[in-house]
Design a protein around this ligand. Sequence first.
Ligand SMILES: Cc1cc2nc3c(=O)[nH]c(=O)nc-3n(C[C@H](O)[C@H](O)[C@H](O)COP(=O)(O)OP(=O)(O)OC[C@H]3O[C@@H](n4cnc5c(N)ncnc54)[C@H](O)[C@@H]3O)c2cc1C
Length: 437
Amino acid sequence: MAAIFYPIIYFLIVISPLAVILLTGPYTDHGMPYELGKAFAFTGFIIIALQFVLSSRRKWIERHYGLDMIFSYHKALAVLAGVLILGHPVLLSLGLGNFQLLTSLSLPWYIWLGKAALVLILIQIIVSGFRINLHLGFEKWRFSHNIIGGLLLVGAFTHAIATSHSDLDITAVQVLFTAIPVTGLFFYIHHKVILPARLKKNAYTISAVQQQTHNVWTLEMRPPQGQKRYSYRPGQFHFIKLHRNKGLPEEEHHFTISSTPTRSETVISTIKESGDFTSTIGSTQKGDQVSIEAPFGRFSHLYHPEDKNFVFIAGGIGITPLMSMLRYMRDKETDYNVLLVYANHTQKDIVFRQELDEMTKKGHPKLEIIHVLDDPDETWEGETGFVDDQIVSKYVDNFDDKAFYLCCPPPMRKAVLKILKEKSVPNDRIRVEIFSL
Ligand SMILES: Cc1cc2nc3c(=O)[nH]c(=O)nc-3n(C[C@H](O)[C@H](O)[C@H](O)COP(=O)(O)OP(=O)(O)OC[C@H]3O[C@@H](n4cnc5c(N)ncnc54)[C@H](O)[C@@H]3O)c2cc1C
């Protein structure tokens, strides 16, 4: 129900200034292109203001969709706002019957400010869309994205007010036009300043650091004395920010909570050294502090009680959310049937191998594990190569009664999704976790 409620509310907020203008605004003899140009600007501006709400990871929104879907909307809406804002001066010029707005250099300051806001939104869209091609690191991108976003909102707002358009004389429009961006700014400040300060004050403590494989580490985190750990579902993830010795990066990253909520008062993440930040994960010390924002995500079998027979497909560190679910099923002594197809390069890359083997012996869940190595040594007797149609068809006897949970790198995900499509597995039985937002 809520899944449809929020888009409707969103739509109503976006069109609210326009609706008020249409219902109560003064008659104008400007032609259609001019009026449309104004409508584009109002709508584009409100979308931009609401981007600050969407990106502030509100749990009451996130729990219905998952953060990945919200960020997909955030990106699509940014493009829509860009198109609308780009169309604004073009349509106004068409309505005015001349293109001075676009070509003249002698324009009032507030028109230049509007143009600057337009350039900023284009920069946001292009840089975010092509960040990797531009070799821009995530942290640098995030910093510039936040600054440009704030400047864009203030610039566009000032431009609109300074043009002192007659529509802004309508009190209800004034209220909406101010309240919506102020709300956006409030969410922004809360997300960037107030929440991080609160999380740091209530920081968890690293209670154990364990090397799992040659490049994978497990961190155990304990809540502050006298506080209960947050509650979560197996397979969900959290954002953590480690406060460590000087010189070690203090960045916020998302990691699966690889532990199970059935256990203890701590939470655990298992992290692979894969880049600038994660390559320092092994330097984390017992006693270090960690800010945690949690939980997020909908990649959990608990969201799908109808699932009873599972095929888990993991690639490398993508095992973590599946491990959390398996640990939960083990502790709850469920009789689910689970086939785990677990791909790695070599034997020494297999994370949780011993624990997984022990699980198969226990029988809860009824777990079968197929390890697949693409770079095996001569001692390996299991499956080799990449996870392909042959391997999937060999071990999955029936595609009609199973739910498929995938967490693997993009090429493997693409290949497996293609196989599932060929086997006519409907989308509502395929659940995917993607390790990037
Ligand atoms: C839902 C989810 C769960 C995850 N669970 C795990 C897990 O259990 N174990 C694990 O090892 N990895 C997990 N990851 C991946 C992990 O977040 C990245 O490997 C890590 O952020 C890379 O950081 P880096 O600086 O070391 O690597 P880099 O090489 O610097 O970055 C690699 C990519 O990671 C992303 N990234 C980098 N920094 C950030 C950041 N601060 N916030 C968001 N994205 C960023 C960007 O797309 C970047 O291009 C998960 C990711 C997601 C989305």
